[in-house]
Ligand binder design. Structure first.
Ligand code: SF4
Length: 306
C-alpha cells in the first residue's frame, strides 16, 4: 500500500454564521417544540439538515407550503423582503438566522437603491444569497459572474455601485472588480468588502496546502458555494481536487502514488465528517497528520431573539 502524509487546513469547517444558524434552530425547537419550519436548508450541508430533521425541524423551499401561524426559521443565506411580507400575512412567527455578514450586504443594497444607484452584483445568479439581495433591489440590479461578463457589461445608469456575494473566490472577484473599476471609474464600492472573513481564511489556508499536496479533498455539499470555491482554488494552486460529501465518496484509485493529501471543509461542514475522512485515510496508507494555516477565528455572532 502506498503511504502518504495528510495535511489538514486550518481554519476549516463551521464559520460563525453557520454555528449561529444551527444554534438558532436548536433553541427554537427547545422553546416551541416540534414541528418548527425552516425555509431553505438552514446551511448548505445535507448531514446537518438530516440531523435537524431528526430533532423535529421541517425544511421547505416555498414559504407558501408552511401552515399559517407556524414558527419558521429563515436560513443563514438571507431572504428577499417579499418573504417577510408573506410570512406576516400568514401569521408566521419568523426567527431570522440570516448571517449578520449577509445582512450587511442587504443593508448596503437597500441604501444604494434608496440613494439612486444601480447595483452590479458579483455572484451566482441562482444562489439563494443572490436571490435575496436581488429582492432588495427589484430592477435596480444586474448580477454578473465572470470576467467576460464584466468586460462586456453595458451599464444601465451612470450612478453605479458594486456589491458581491459573501462566498466567492477572493482572487477571481478581485480581477472582476479591477475590470469594473477600469471600465467605470466612478463605481462606488463599500468600504469593507463583502466576501466574508471565513471565505477568505479558508481559501488562504487551502492555497498553502495545495502547493505541497498532489490531491486535495474538500469535504462539503455540492450546493455549498464556498466549498465549490475551495475546490477551484486548490486546483488553481496545483493540486488535483475533489469536492465530496464524506469519506464514503473517496475512490481509492485517487490515492495511488500520492505523497501528500490535503483536507479542508466548507464553512457549513461539521468537523465529524473531516475526522471520519482522516480515520479512513489512515487505514489507506496515511502516516502522519499535519495541520497547516495561521488564521485563528474567534468571531461569534449574537443570537437573534427567539
Ligand atoms: S460563510 Fe461567511 S457569510 Fe456565510 S454564513 Fe459563514 S460567516 Fe456568514
Amino acid at each position: 500500500m502506498n503511504s502518504f502524509k495528510i495535511y489538514l487546513a486550518r481554519p476549516r469547517g463551521f464559520c460563525a454564521g453557520v454555528d449561529r444558524a444551527i444554534e438558532v434552530v436548536r433553541l427554537t425547537l427547545k422553546k416551541y417544540g416540534r414541528p418548527i419550519y425552516v425555509k431553505h436548508a438552514i446551511v448548505h450541508n445535507k448531514f446537518v439538515v438530516r440531523e435537524l430533521e431528526k430533532e423535529g425541524a421541517v425544511f421547505v423551499e416555498d414559504i407558501n407550503e408552511i401552515p399559517d401561524n407556524s414558527i419558521v426559521v429563515f436560513s443563514a443565506h438571507g431572504s428577499p423582503p417579499i418573504h417577510y411580507e408573506i410570512a406576516k400575512k400568514k401569521g408566521l412567527k419568523v426567527i431570522d438566522a440570516t448571517c449578520p455578514l449577509v445582512h450587511k450586504v442587504h443593508r448596503e443594497a437597500k441604501e444604494f437603491v434608496e440613494n439612486g444607484y444601480f447595483i452590479i452584483y458579483i455572484g451566482h445568479k441562482n444562489h439563494v444569497e443572490a436571490i435575496g439581495i436581488k429582492g432588495e433591489c427589484e430592477d435596480k440590479i444586474d448580477i454578473i459572474e465572470t470576467k467576460e461578463e464584466a468586460m462586456n457589461y453595458i451599464p444601465k445608469s451612470n450612478k453605479l455601485a458594486l456589491l458581491t456575494q459573501t462566498t466567492l473566490s477572493v482572487d477571481d472577484t478581485r480581477e472582476i472588480i479591477e475590470i469594473l473599476k477600469r471600465r467605470f471609474p466612478q463605481i462606488v464600492i463599500p468600504k469593507k468588502e463583502d466576501i466574508c472573513y471565513a471565505t477568505q481564511n479558508r481559501q488562504d489556508a487551502i492555497k498553502k496546502i495545495s502547493k505541497i499536496c498532489d490531491l486535495v479533498l474538500v469535504i462539503g455539499s455540492n450546493e455549498s458555494s464556498n466549498s465549490n470555491r475551495l475546490r477551484e482554488v486548490a486546483e488553481k494552486h496545483g493540486a488535483k481536487s475533489y469536492l465530496i460529501e464524506s469519506y464514503e465518496y473517496i475512490n481509492d484509485e485517487w490515492l495511488k502514488d500520492i505523497k501528500n493529501i490535503g483536507i479542508t471543509s466548507g464553512a457549513s461542514t461539521p468537523e465529524i465528517l473531516v475526522q471520519k475522512t482522516i480515520d479512513y485515510l489512515l487505514q489507506k496508507g496515511g502516516e502522519e497528520v499535519i495541520e497547516l494555516g495561521d488564521a485563528i477565528e474567534r468571531i461569534r455572532f449574537q443570537l437573534p431573539q427567539i
